[in-house]
Design a protein. Sequence first.
Length: 263
Amino acid sequence: MDLLPDDMVASIFGRLPPCSLAASRCVRKKWCAIIDTRRLLRADLLPLRLDGFFFLEEDLRGDKYFFSRPSTGRRISGRLTDFLPDDCYGDTMILDHCNGLLLLWERVANPATRQSVHLPPFPDPCTEGVFFLAYDPIVSPQHYPLVPSTRIEESSNIKFREDSEWPPSIFTTHVFSSSKWRWEERSFVREGEAAGTIADMHSDWQARRRHAVYVRGALYVHCQNDSVMRITLCDDKYQMIASPADNQERVTWENQKKGCTLQ
């Protein structure tokens, strides 16, 4: 293939399946340059490998268990204390996770690389500990936004009328940027109707048992009245998706390739 012009080599590479193309990229520097320059390899088409997972108990203790194959266990430690600093013994509760990253009380940890970083304090202490990771290693392997919960805090200094719509047409909050390493105030513009009222949110008796899923550049946040807030960080917009369930029914996430569903 050394005698072939680059365009012809690129045409040959373009006919290969993603896994074979990824292997070809590692053979020679010239091949790597041809593939990368023409952006022939789509990382999102490569098969994902599950090396292990954490199981968390939903009780007061919040015990966690790590399950993996024996070969994986030698590379990835489920014992967070193996690589966290000595003064972080009480900082091992997992609050959220996204594509291999773990959000702890005041840290973000990566068990695969055995690295962790301490987060700067959140500007509003009333929302401390309730955040969601939005991390896509294919798009940006080094950076991750951190979005606070959208739930209404009883201890908040801002008071709303019970009949006020929620969320507001312009939803303002602080988002953590790992690239700038600081919290930034950002405003998200609503597309469509609100999900309900302040009174609807206050009627939720299990507000803390809400989670989020990050899929294809959008963060889907399970809100207090079982509606879903779809936040797109790239254009600072959001929309509310109504749920047919009421607050008395238990709702769970199902993550799918093209999005996510509530069950």
